[in-house]
Design a protein. Sequence first.
Length: 391
Amino acid sequence: MYSYGALRRFMSVYLDPNGGSLFRLLRSELVDYIEDDGIVNGSSIPSWGLDRSDQRNLPLNSYKDYKGDGSCTHIYIFDSGTSSTHAEFSGRFSSQGYDFWQGTIGVDCHGHGTHVAGTAAGSTVGVASGATIHSVKVLDCAISETTGMLITRGLHSITMAGINWVLSNAIQPAVACMSLSGPKSPSVNTAVTELHNAGVVVTVSASNQGMDACESSSPASAPEAVTVGATDNNDNRAIWSNYGSCLDIFAPGVSIYSSLNNGGYSYKSGTSQAAPHVAGAAAILRGLYPALTPDAIISELLSIATPGVVINPGTGSPNRLLYIGSECCKPNPCLNGGTCSHTSPETVFTANTCSINCFTCSCSLHYYGTICESVVKPIGDEAVHWPNPGG
């Protein structure tokens, strides 16, 4: 029996359905109605990738419990466009983006970009559900002459033009997600480095040839990028996922449920699906530590990853699986530096164990609070101007 204090008009009691008490209450003028007690379950989540990213070990528990939601951060999706009208991005799709093919912001000709954006920051299917999405359309669409299917296509020069645009227009704290790949290119890799050095955390897909990412593709081989391989729901590296020392981390990438450009949802597989999980996690960390450099954010991202659980990660690959759960991942105020004034205990995750460390906190921290401060960081005359996208 429960007697509710604030809810004074309600009471829960156990009544024998065959006893007289139930019938007496039903006839009482003091009782408005009686209803059966209901079983309440925790809300399940639509994508197993969201579930896997908040817990250290299997089995999955059907919960999403992250240390933040990426509010006040900005994710730039380099892809086939992002559907601005999808419910997953309601109120968080920015008109500040660029389409290097048709010039129309918010249109996805394929669905790949909307799926990636959904995983990064969708309200129900995404990691950083509070982040703002910016579409940087660098992939066009075409019908394959061999399969007759709709495919995406692009050019390194256009990818670099997209990087150049973000260099001049990024709103900080910023993350770039590049679920795309092409032949290994020193120019593309250098452009990624320029973007990183300008204050943008860059996450990229490792690509899907089942070979060493260092040898095969860009931007996967860019040293400053966070290069992401794909795992399935049993923590196996996907057989087609690239591997090697250029990888930084693994994330879920097989049968990932996310948004489509027609307003619906679907399952897709690839390192293209793994990379946005990490982009969303990076956005969460950027929201928690807005003053940190990309190097520091990446260091934190890799240090809290779950070690040793990826099965057959591939020769030279780091055995790290994405983790952004709330357990043992409380913000460390001292990461932001500053002059400290007093000691306060904080729980932190170190070397796969929880420990209580006393940080001299209350530093000169900057929190965005409930009002996001848009910080545009143009490069100006220092910007690298790439060739015409069509050149």
